[in-house]
Write a protein that binds this ligand. Structure first.
Ligand code: NDP
Length: 328
């Protein structure tokens, strides 16, 4: 196996701003501290959250290397580990993955099962764990419920639809173009509504015959929150989990009263914080991939040097499914 070099290529953000602040440069290869191993990243996922850290919507110390998930292989294990071994293929969620190497907490590493390609693991991991824990833990969707997924042709959106298929819920998807609506349909949506349709709320009422939506999965945020409260059923659950259109402004809780609405703002990390829970949900997710229940829709793989292009694309709403960075 090749020796680990002293420097590597990485994307560094030194000031908040647009995609242009993603600088492709040389930095020292990180040195794993106690409880960490060095991973040679092959593919890093691009997630919408990466744009929040770039713009400063989510705070982190600068300079930073963006990226929250990657898959690759272990190249250095200090002092041995019972969880992983040298050369093992692994996937993980941790900061600093737009880089050739990352020093990763060993507790965060999950070995990739043999039938799953490294690229496939990187493409499904963070968004798949999000969709799976939200369907099972945040909402515990029941058969026959009306469920609505916003931005349903996006990375998390398509995976939510695929996973909802198995729950026998009745799913309505929103997306911004006819092509995206078609993709949502082919991934499990029973009905689709163009998100630019000014009659969205009326259409939902018509489709559900006045019942409204029992569970709304909303990663869009500011633009959809008010409509969500109109579309939601009596005692419905609004799972507001993202800010693609901007963060939801402070909410007057009295607005939840007329329909006894449950409002939650889950983060995937909260469901996989303990090692046991991480292993359980990751192995269930991989099982679903191997069974073909979950099928990654890959939008595009970008070279590391073109990470800025990936951000331009995802923010311009031109993408469907997953964006990856090849860390070679
Ligand atoms: P997506 O691939 O879904 O991309 C975002 C999508 O949001 C776009 O494709 C677009 O779809 C839609 N969108 C609506 N309004 C806007 C807007 N004004 N600008 C840009 N996009 C808009 O991204 P991800 O799958 O990575 O993430 C989806 C959401 O889930 C994000 O908000 C993300 O932060 C959140 N998330 C939250 C997690 C958590 O733990 N809480 C974990 C993972 C993701 P369309 O064109 O169809 O409207």
């Amino acid at each position: 196996m090749a020796a680990v070099p002293s420097t590597m290529k990485a994307i560094v953000v030194s000031a908040h701003g647009g995609p242009e602040v993603l600088q492709y440069t040389d930095v020292p290869v990180p040195r794993p501290s106690a409880g960490q191993v060095l991973v040679r990243n092959e593919f890093s996922g691009v997630n919408y959250i990466d744009t929040y850290f770039r713009t400063g919507l989510y705070q982190a110390q600068l300079p930073l290397i963006p990226g929250r998930e990657a898959a690759g292989h272990v190249v250095a294990v200090e002092g041995g580990s019972t969880l992983v071994s040298h050369g093992q293929r692994v996937v993980y969620m941790q900061d600093g993955t737009y880089a050739q190497y990352t020093a990763v907490d060993v507790e965060k590493l999950v070995p990739i099962p043999n039938p799953i390609a490294t690229q496939q693991a990187a493409a499904v991991y963070l968004q798949g764990l999000t969709a799976w824990t939200f369907v099972r833990q945040a909402a515990d969707v029941k058969p026959g419920q009306w469920v609505l997924v916003h931005a349903a042709a996006g990375g998390v959106g398509l995976l939510l639809l695929q996973l909802l298929r198995g729950s026998n819920a009745k799913t309505i998807a929103t997306a911004s173009t006819p092509q995206k609506c078609q993709l949502a349909r082919s991934n499990g949506a029973d009905w689709t509504i163009n998100s630019h349709d000014p009659d969205m709320v009326a259409k939902v009422k018509e489709i559900t015959e006045g019942h409204g939506i029992d569970v709304i999965f909303d990663g869009v945020g500011a633009a959809t929150f008010d409509a969500d409260l109109e579309m939601i059923a009596m005692r419905g659950l609004l799972v507001s989990f993202g800010n693609a259109s901007g963060p939801v402004p402070p909410v007057n809780l009295l607005r939840l009263g007329p329909k006894n609405v449950k409002l939650m703002r889950p983060v995937v990390n909260g469901y996989i914080a303990e090692r046991k829970a991480l292993e359980k949900f990751a192995s269930e997710l991989f099982e679903l991939v191997m069974l073909g229940v979950v099928k990654v829709v890959l939008h595009k793989t970008y070279p590391l040097s073109e990470a800025a292009r990936a951000h331009v694309d995802i923010e311009s709403r031109q993408t469907s499914g997953k964006l990856l960075i090849n860390c070679d």
